[in-house]
Design a protein around this ligand. Structure first.
Ligand code: GEK
Length: 252
């Protein structure tokens, strides 16, 4: 019997990601085609994503302060924003969700119409680098920093730290790499095993990997720790790891 989980084809469910089943050789872009399959794609590609998202809501509860703003930078379809929206009970909080993909922003605004939450969510089509995170008590970068140019990452984290209220936090999730060659190879192999267990073919795994080359640039946990420290964060706590995917809490 096959061990592969079958794609979910029930009506009303997000479309199944088959974008990389043919070789087209283009770089990865967050366009309309990706938006259509995004929930399926990210769940079958990022081990732990379906656990991380609700946990961001749970973690948010201890950091979000009254009369402050939560920023979800690189919000895609708003999974993290909605998790926080439904998890926190704090008064006078606004959520600002930022993404530079028009297709993502349009779809998230549409999804938001059907969401029963009461906390205001302002979805902004803009580059993270142009977003001043004023009055923030919580900032979320859930698998987004890895898409920011390497030489812009420190500046972004410094600005986030400076705008953050004391006691506030940054929730940072990333794909990472490993300095030790054996660990690096095994973690990549395990991640690809995970993707195959989710129904992706060898060709899809290889095509996606090529498409993300020079688009998604992972760094080691040590590099993240050092940069967060340099940006000013006093406390850095890794709370999740599955293969080469991690999530950290960095506290001011
Ligand atoms: C989730 N956080 O589901 N400015 C704004 N947005 C950007 C930029 C930028 N410079 N670069 C990339 N993005 C989400 C998942 S996905 C991660 C985040 C993934 C946006 C990009 O358009 C995309 O929507 C998102 O960051 C990355 O919790 O697909 O691996």
């Amino acid at each position: 019997m096959s061990q592969k989980s079958q794609p979910d084809q029930r009506p009303g469910k997000p479309e199944t990601d088959r974008l990389f089943s043919r070789h087209e050789g283009q770089s990865f872009q967050f366009d309309e085609k990706v938006v259509k399959v995004f929930p399926d794609m990210i769940n079958r590609s990022v081990p732990g994503y379906s656990l991380i998202v609700p946990m961001l809501g749970l973690l948010a509860r201890r950091f979000v302060q009254a009369d402050s703003v939560v920023y979800d930078l690189g919000s895609s379809l708003g999974a993290a924003s909605l998790a926080v929206r439904h998890a926190i009970k704090t008064d006078d909080v606004d959520i600002v969700a930022v993404d530079n993909s028009a297709s993502m922003v349009d779809k998230f605004r549409e999804l938001l119409q059907q969401d029963p939450g009461s906390i205001p969510v302002d979805v902004r089509l803009m580059d993270i680098e142009d977003c001043e995170t004023v009055d923030a008590s919580l900032v979320i970068l859930n698998f987004t920093l890895q898409f920011i140019k390497m030489d812009k990452r420190l500046d972004l984290l410094q600005r986030i730290y400076q705008n953050l209220k004391p006691g506030g936090a940054l929730l940072l999730s990333e794909k990472i790499c490993f300095e030790d060659q054996q660990s690096q190879q095994l973690q990549i192999d395990w991640h690809h095993d995970f993707k195959r267990s989710q129904g992706y073919s060898d060709l899809e795994v290889a095509n996606k990997r090529n498409a993300l080359e020079n688009v998604l640039i992972p760094e080691s946990l040590e590099t993240h720790r050092q940069r967060l420290g340099q940006a000013g964060f006093e406390t850095i706590i890794p709370w999740f790891q599955c293969f080469n995917f991690i999530s950290l809490v960095a506290i001011k």
